[in-house]
Design a protein around this ligand. Structure first.
Ligand code: BTN
Length: 251
């Protein structure tokens, strides 16, 4: 690992998805740390086949090329590190009461302000590259009806017209720091993530999964990045994918 994340920035006006552009660059040998930023995305995507609202000039649409050294099976740690970096930026640099919702949403007052989508290419047991895609709502004053009550932006939280550049200036060093930690000091990332995610410990939740919902109490994060949930019968489940909804705080 040589280049700092953000050592080179490629700024494009309009793209389908910054993750697509970064993946193409990574596949043709581009170095770690190169960032792709777009003014708008015409097909911004989120987890589980969802779209990411990417209106022109209102959000940060960023993808960072990574060449991770961790085993492919440990790749979820990269997403956790990105969530920590975003949450810290919003809390410390923009005074927003942000928290992380497992696995990788950043919320403010319970509404989503940032989403993270890490996509990777695997070669044997290693990652040949990964692309860390981050979307942060910055200047939106309102959202489409479908997410009108569940999304928020830096503007709605602070009343300030923060520029995308301002946000990047604070975010990139934190991303660099936590990404490096994810490659060598996994426990630091897990510990910091848990502090920023009150919902991950001792909260009653419903986990929505394709095979059906389960209810239980969160017992923290496992080293794999899975959420540890204690079911009503005492059985423990490692949750790797799904949507977690809060039923009751700190039981
Ligand atoms: C999610 O919450 O479901 C993840 C959303 C990730 C959105 C970002 S915006 C930059 C990058 N390009 C994409 O198409 N998606 C990610």
């Amino acid at each position: 690992m040589t280049n700092r994340l953000g050592s080179a920035l490629l700024r494009l006006e309009s793209v389908s998805s910054t993750n697509d552009v970064a993946r193409e660059l990574a596949a043709s040998g581009a170095s770690e740390g190169i960032c792709v930023i777009a003014g708008e995305q015409t097909a911004g995507r989120g987890r589980q086949g969802r779209t990411w609202n990417s209106t022109p000039g209102e959000g940060l649409y960023l993808s960072v090329i990574l060449r991770p050294t961790v085993e492919a099976s440990n790749s979820p740690i990269i997403t956790l590190a990105a969530a920590v970096a975003v949450a810290e930026t919003l809390i410390f640099d923009f005074k927003i009461e942000a928290e992380i919702k497992w696995p990788n949403d950043v919320l403010a007052r319970g509404r989503k302000i940032c989403g993270i989508l890490v996509e990777s290419a695997i070669e044997g047991s290693r990652l040949s590259y990964a692309v860390m895609g981050i979307g942060i709502n910055i200047l939106q004053r309102a959202f489409p009806d479908s997410i009108g009550t569940t999304a928020t932006s830096v503007f709605l939280e602070t009343g300030s017209e923060v520029t995308i550049k301002d946000l990047l200036v604070f975010l990139l060093p934190r991303l660099d720091h936590w990404y490096r930690a994810s490659q060598s000091r996994v426990d630091d990332v897990l510990g910091r993530w848990q502090k920023l995610s009150p919902m991950a410990l001792n909260c009653q939740v419903v986990v929505e999964m394709p095979e059906g919902n389960i209810e239980g109490i969160t017992r923290g994060l496992l080293p794999s990045g899975a959420l540890d949930v204690e079911l009503t019968n005492g059985e423990r489940r490692a949750i790797f994918a799904g949507e977690v909804r809060l039923r009751r705080n700190q039981v």
